[in-house]
Design a protein around this ligand. Structure first.
Ligand SMILES: Cc1cc2nc3c(=O)[nH]c(=O)nc-3n(C[C@H](O)[C@H](O)[C@H](O)COP(=O)(O)OP(=O)(O)OC[C@H]3O[C@@H](n4cnc5c(N)ncnc54)[C@H](O)[C@@H]3O)c2cc1C
Length: 391
């Protein structure tokens, strides 16, 4: 069996993107995927900020829909509506896009090995073992991009924390679906998770939720939600999906000797929403720069630049989002309702519409601090903790 400069474990969107970067530079890359096909089953709502166009190759064929704004629903039914003039986010055909990214890696020289489940990893030597294969594969670097239940991560981290997610594809009347808006519903039973309605066309939506409840409880909540709301009266559930979302872990060790972690395997997801595509793609770039340098210089210790550049790019934003997540986790429905009312009174809709960014939340929080709005909705001690992040 071949040996590689880099063995990438997992041909998900992040692993395939990283594999392409390295293959483009002429490195010998093996992209190991345990499944027989890339991209299946769908385990994503597919909502991604428009900055994906700056971070990865994507053509219109993978964009099913474009959204300009969101309706944010309090448990009481109070709604905050926020919007931009132009589309702010895309709804992706994730299965086709994952396949495309893996093919692009292959076109650029990576070797895709389907049906290759990695069952042994030695970060010191770079050796990996594949299920039902006799000989080890020897590599200069191993990249664990094997998702939120990462085997590679398990070699040098405790088991990763994850939460369950459930999602239905629902066909519904076009008259009740506003196709350029998503709906998000907060509910203390699943906080900091939430329920989403993400339109994929004029007459179909991905409706789902995540949270720290069992899959059974989540589907109970989702079924109750669909049964209660008049607009789903004539809707039909076409498909059901479920998946896991990593909980962002600031203590995660993302580099050990010759092995580094990337994407969901590194818990590189937004602490507030669990969305991982944009962050994963950005980190694939950061990791590729550090890996390329380490291999060109023949000095594996230079892989540490990955940790440094990742922290520089994300440390403050992630700490801020952790605070926001904790606040949501601690709130009852009554408190959530009060917060929505105060936000509405404080003209937050205009502020969120202007400063809101689905991937980087610190500019909005900073603005809310500056205007005093944050003080009006949160206890002083929490506001001080958040403002300290800018010191
Ligand atoms: C219901 C749901 C909705 C979501 N919605 C959004 C959203 O709207 N926007 C967003 O940005 N993110 C969303 N996410 C998160 C997003 O899907 C992930 O962040 C993203 O898929 C991470 O990509 P990845 O390449 O790191 O990992 P994955 O996509 O998980 O890919 C990992 C790959 O590794 C393979 N693998 C695993 N173990 C092994 C092994 N031992 N050997 C070989 N191969 C292995 C797997 O088969 C898989 O192909 C959602 C997630 C869920 C579950």
């Amino acid at each position: 069996m071949n040996n590689y400069d880099i063995a990438v474990v997992g041909a998900g969107p992040v692993g395939s993107t990283f594999a392409r970067y390295m293959a483009e530079e002429g490195f010998k890359v093996g992209l190991m995927e345990r499944k027989r096909a890339v991209g299946v089953p769908l385990q994503c709502a597919g909502l991604v900020g428009k900055k994906i166009k700056k971070l990865n190759v994507i053509s219109d064929e993978f964009i099913l829909n474009r959204v300009c704004g969101a309706h944010l629903h309090a448990p009481s039914g109070e709604v905050l509506s926020v919007a931009k003039k132009k589309p702010e986010a895309y709804v992706l055909d994730r299965m086709s896009y994952d396949k495309f990214l893996a093919e692009l890696a292959v076109e650029n020289g990576a070797e895709l090995l389907l049906n290759h489940k990695v069952v042994g990893v030695d970060p010191k030597t770079g050796n990996i073992r594949i299920k039902n294969h006799e000989t080890n594969i020897c590599n200069r670097v191993i990249v664990g991009a094997d998702g939120c239940s990462s085997f590679v991560s398990g070699e040098f981290n405790p088991p990763s924390k994850t939460v369950q997610a459930a999602q239905y594809l629902v066909n519904m009347e076009s008259s009740v679906l506003e196709s350029d808006y998503v709906h998000l519903y907060v509910d203390s039973r699943i906080s900091p998770g939430f329920i989403w309605i993400i339109p994929v066309s004029d007459s179909a939506a991905r409706i789902g939720l995540f949270g720290s409840a069992s899959y059974r409880e989540l589907t109970g909540i989702l079924n109750g939600f669909l049964a209660r709301d008049e607009k789903f009266k004539n809707a039909s559930v076409v498909k059901k999906y479920h998946g896991l979302i990593p909980v962002y872990d600031p203590k995660k060790v993302i580099l050990k000797d010759r092995a580094l972690l990337l994407g969901d395997a590194a818990s590189q997801v937004k602490p507030t929403t669990g969305g991982g595509l944009i962050m994963g793609f950005k980190c694939a770039r950061i990791a590729a720069a550090a890996t390329s340098n380490a291999l060109h210089e023949g000095d594996i210790s230079l892989l540490h630049n990955y940790e440094g550049s990742y922290a520089k790019e994300y440390k403050r934003e992630l700490r801020m989002q952790i605070e926001v997540r904790k606040i949501f986790e601690s709130m009852s429905n009554v408190e959530l309702d009060k917060m929505f009312l105060k936000l509405k009174e404080g003209n937050a809709e205009a502020m969120i519409s202007k400063y809101g960014d689905m991937d980087t939340q610190s500019p909005l929080i900073k603005q809310m601090l500056k205007s005093g709005l944050l003080f009006s909705i949160l206890p002083g001690i929490l506001t001080r903790r958040i403002s300290n992040l800018w010191k």
